[in-house]
Design a protein around this ligand. Structure first.
Ligand code: PXG
Ligand code: PLP
Length: 441
């Protein structure tokens, strides 16, 4: 076999994730370096990262402290198993992550991604009920338009048709709450809308249909990020918490996007003042530098699973790379960076400026809704008739050509800059989006 038979610039072999491979490979957008707020393209241009990668690079790119921590760790302890053995960094990071959540959410299970965090959380919920001899509680309740990653667990409780329809029958015993996005009532609301808390009452309908004794857990994103920054109506999450409590159902917050400062607080749990039984995280945990996720679990669940174990191993679950030393080092340096630079507070302080910038696009061509919370924003466009998503995709390409990376989902432009963004850069981002919207048909 000729090991060098392919030219290094042959784009065929890499099957790209969530991408039009045909479109990309005919007109590639290649990135070769990054620093702070900016990418460098293969042809040497600087591009502002208005999306923090995929919502993960919250401290900005190639931050020295994180780079050095990874370099030092990989040269000291590159890998050690976490099944039956341990290494200090994993314990240290678990404590630091738990400290970001309110008391009660004290225990941490490490994964390698948000998808694995979601699978882990759902499995812990099932194992918890079964351990307590309440094993008929097997149903999992998600929400329409929810994104919980791409594992079979996550797409089962998730609510995005294209992520589900090609992949068979998924997990059984899953039901869905209605989503909370309602432009008729809430278009152009600044922050969380007042209308819509009653949508949480649908959980009572689901309980009445299946009986609470069959329901293990409800999983929602406190703020739905991936499907276009869909905000919880005021009081909605409190209502979900109350209904879950009434019926012994665990509440899981999928904080893969909302944790680590996106909303201007350490977590969505803190921002909304509602405490779940389990919270899933990933992304900003390591600033995107090394893949890692963390599932934060209420002490009572952990204690119960340990107490009711019927074998020496209490939970038959874990990944080769759970608590990976290099990822743990990246996580510790990331949390240090957030703390030293006060980045969660910075995001909170900047969010009114951000809100005004988002809403400056009111009246811009094609714009049918604008949404914001913390340093997240969405610009929803009227879809082009017969070609859903085309308008936003063209806007993304034009923005890239003008030096701004934005993210689109259907016809929604979603924005989530690193928390180090400056006001002048916010102005540039929205200036370019405004220009691009004037140009796209
Ligand atoms: N839960 C939530 C709430 C997420 O946002 C996942 C789980 C899955 O995480 P992993 O690490 O397995 O991808 C996510 C991921 C986007 C975008 O552009 C969002 C995500 C991933 C990729 C792109 O909105 N969210
Ligand atoms: N597939 C095979 C054949 C394996 O041996 C393993 C792990 O030992 C896995 C999948 C799971 O890999 P991971 O632990 O990285 O999720």
């Amino acid at each position: 076999m000729n090991l060098d038979s392919r030219a290094p610039n042959d784009l065929n072999s890499y099957w790209m994730p969530f991408t039009s491979n045909r479109a990309f490979k005919s007109d590639p957008r290649m990135i070769v370096a990054a620093e702070g707020m900016y990418y460098t393209t293969a042809d040497g241009r600087k591009v502002i990262d208005a999306t923090a990668g995929l919502w993960c690079v919250n401290a900005g790119h190639t931050r020295p402290r994180i780079v050095e921590a990874v370099q030092a760790q990989v040269a000291t302890l590159d890998y050690a198993p976490c099944f039956n053995f341990g290494h200090p960094r994993a314990f240290e990071l678990a404590n630091r992550v738990a400290d970001l959540f309110p008391d009660g959410l004290n225990t941490v299970f490490f994964t390698n991604s948000g998808s694995e965090s979601v699978d882990t959380a759902l499995k812990i919920a099932l194992a918890y009920h079964r351990g307590r001899r309440d094993g008929a509680r097997t149903r999992l309740i998600g929400r329409e338009r929810g994104y919980h990653g791409v594992g079979f667990g996550g797409i089962s409780v998730g609510g995005i048709v294209k992520n589900r329809m090609y992949f068979g029958s998924l997990l059984s015993g899953v039901d869905h709450l209605p989503h909370t996005h309602n432009p008729d009532h809430n278009a152009f609301t600044r922050g969380c809308p007042e209308w819509g808390a009653h949508l949480a009452d649908d959980l009572e309908r689901i309980v009445a249909l299946h009986d609470a004794s069959t329901i293990a857990a409800v999983i929602v994103e406190p703020m739905a990020g991936s499907t276009g920054v869909l905000l919880p109506p005021a009081g909605y999450l409190q209502k979900l918490r109350e209904i879950c409590d009434r019926h012994g159902i665990l509440l899981i917050f999928d904080e893969v996007i909302t944790a680590f400062g996106r909303l201007g607080a350490a977590t969505g749990t803190e921002f909304f003042g509602v405490q779940p039984d389990i919270a899933t995280t990933a992304k900003g945990l390591t600033n995107g530098v090394i893949p890692m996720g963390a599932v934060v679990v209420d002490q009572r669940i952990y204690d119960s699973v340990l107490e009711h174990a019927d074998a020496p191993i209490e939970l038959f679950h874990g990944y080769t790379y759970s608590g990976h030393p290099v990822a743990a080092a990246a996580g510790l340096a990331t949390l240090d960076t957030y703390r030293e630079e006060g980045l969660f507070e910075r995001a909170a302080a900047l969010s009114p400026y951000w809100e005004n910038a988002v809403h400056s696009l009111k009246g811009a061509r094609h714009v049918i809704d604008l949404r914001n919370l913390g340093l997240a924003g969405a610009v929803e466009l009227e879809p082009r008739p017969g070609a859903p998503g085309a308008r936003a995709t063209e806007a993304m390409i034009k923005a890239w050509e003008r030096g701004v990376m934005i993210r689109v989902t259907a016809d929604i432009i979603a924005l989530s800059p690193p928390l180090i963004i400056e006001k002048a850069e916010i102005d540039t981002v929205f200036g370019v989006i405004g220009d691009v919207l004037r140009e796209v048909a």
